[in-house]
Ligand binder design. Structure first.
Ligand SMILES: Cc1cc2nc3c(=O)[nH]c(=O)nc-3n(C[C@H](O)[C@H](O)[C@H](O)COP(=O)(O)OP(=O)(O)OC[C@H]3O[C@@H](n4cnc5c(N)ncnc54)[C@H](O)[C@@H]3O)c2cc1C
Length: 381
């Protein structure tokens, strides 16, 4: 079938990942979730497929690829396992891409080959207990020392940190400078002075780790600052713009699975002597879900394509994330409804999707923050 948004190579990539997800990820997703188990098998298979190399500079081990490709891969992974999708997207879009976009030649040569070969996992540490949406309020302090820098402070909610070998750390020279005081560093872990504590009790994406980080005079060599002094904020915001496309893609995958599972269940479940798929109320739910998902997909793919053509895409990324995450939450809720009581008990695909969907409205900028960004752009503020 011809798809005006996807060319032959996009479709080939999608079909390859789709096949992998059906065979290798979906059968294990429930176990990963219930046991809060890092999906090591899936990650090493994704690595063998070369997916960690996508869109990274070929001079450092990457391969050609676009943000649309990353969105397609993330969407398909999330269809099978939302945790695997966020581990992948965090590693690639928040850590590897950060170095790829803004690192020096020396930094790229030192770190990208291992990241693209997924010999080490990557993370980005920005959020703090008193600085989430308001990222410019971070207090984790960087000071100069002989041969480099010292980091003191703490971060929380950091995805992948437990397994990570490389963490991009955003710190401030002086909290009173706000966004103008921020700098970014490449930190190799484990290292002296850094304590990483997994945060338990997460509602969804339970197979991915989320951690608190405490820095006590953590030393970073002078060559490991990314970019120029005091320029951490604009670099981080640019990385998050692309990251949002992948969160939209993650939401899409969750919503698509909610629809697929609902179709399958409604074709087998009988009530009042009929298959529930024969009731118009259920059909309306399926039709609305499918239409919303298609609209979210068009927003997400268009935004990814704009970024690939070097067109402005910041507002479009906010729109795609805002809309796709809403569709994910609503579709997952409808999936539970269609599954009835069965969908309310674990382990069941509908209840897992219901828990996994919510985070897409929170991380990498909440829905309220996306609306603020969209409105600012409309009003030229
Ligand atoms: C599972 C998980 C994984 C994460 N992974 C990472 C990671 O890898 N790296 C990282 O750095 N961070 C990560 N985060 C942090 C995430 O990005 C933040 O949680 C998010 O940005 C929201 O910040 P907050 O939790 O401090 O909420 P707050 O900023 O305290 O917001 C609370 C509420 O107030 C609203 N609000 C805030 N400001 C405004 C405003 N101006 N106008 C209107 N409403 C407003 C918010 O929308 C929200 O509803 C993760 C979080 C979670 C839960």
């Amino acid at each position: 079938m011809i798809d005006p948004y996807l060319n032959e190579s996009d479709i080939l990539l999608r079909n390859t990942i789709r096949d992998f997800v059906d065979r290798e990820l979906i059968p294990h997703a429930s176990r990963y979730d219930v046991n809060e188990e890092f999906p090591s098998d899936a990650m090493s298979k994704l690595s063998k497929m070369g997916l960690f190399r996508l869109s990274i500079d070929e001079n450092y081990g990457g391969v050609e690829g676009s943000n649309l490709h990353l969105a397609i891969v993330t969407e398909e992974l999330a269809r099978g396992c939302a945790s695997t999708a966020v581990i992948y997207a965090t590693h690639l879009s928040l850590c590897t891409k950060y170095i790829d976009l803004f690192g020096s030649h020396k930094q790229k040569a030192s770190y990208l080959p291992n990241l693209v070969a997924s010999n080490v996992l990557g993370a980005l540490a920005l959020t703090e207990a008193d600085a989430g949406s308001d990222v410019a309020s971070i207090k984790t302090l960087v000071t100069d020392t002989k041969g480099g820098f010292l980091i003191n402070g703490s971060k929380h909610f950091i995805t992948n940190a437990k397994e990570a070998g490389i963490i991009i750390v955003v710190a401030t020279r002086n909290p009173s400078l706000g966004s103008k005081g921020m700098e970014t560093f490449i930190l190799e872990t484990p290292c002296e002075g850094l304590t990483i504590t997994p945060q338990k009790g997460k509602l969804g994406v339970r197979a991915s780790s989320t951690c608190e980080l405490n820095f006590n005079n953590v030393f970073i060599p002078k060559d490991n600052r990314i970019g120029r002094p005091y320029k951490g904020f604009p670099m981080t915001m640019q990385v998050l713009d692309t990251g949002r496309i992948l969160i939209a893609a993650q939401a899409l995958g969750i919503a698509q699975m909610a629809l697929d599972a609902s179709i399958q269940y409604s074709r087998h479940r009988k009530a009042f002597g009929n298959l529930i798929s024969e009731f118009q109320t259920i059909q309306n739910m399926l039709a609305n879900m499918a239409t919303d998902i298609e609209a979210a997909r068009l927003l997400t793919y268009r935004c990814a394509s704009l970024s690939d053509y070097n067109q402005p895409f910041k507002t479009e990324a906010s729109m795609a994330k805002l809309f796709a995450s809403k569709v994910a939450v609503e579709s997952a809720s409808q999936a539970v409804q269609i599954h009835g009581g069965v969908g309310y008990f674990a382990p069941n695909v509908a209840e897992r999707l219901y828990r996994d969907a919510k985070i897409t409205e929170i991380y990498e900028g909440t829905s309220e923050i996306q609306r603020i960004l969209i409105a600012r752009s409309l009003l030229n503020q």
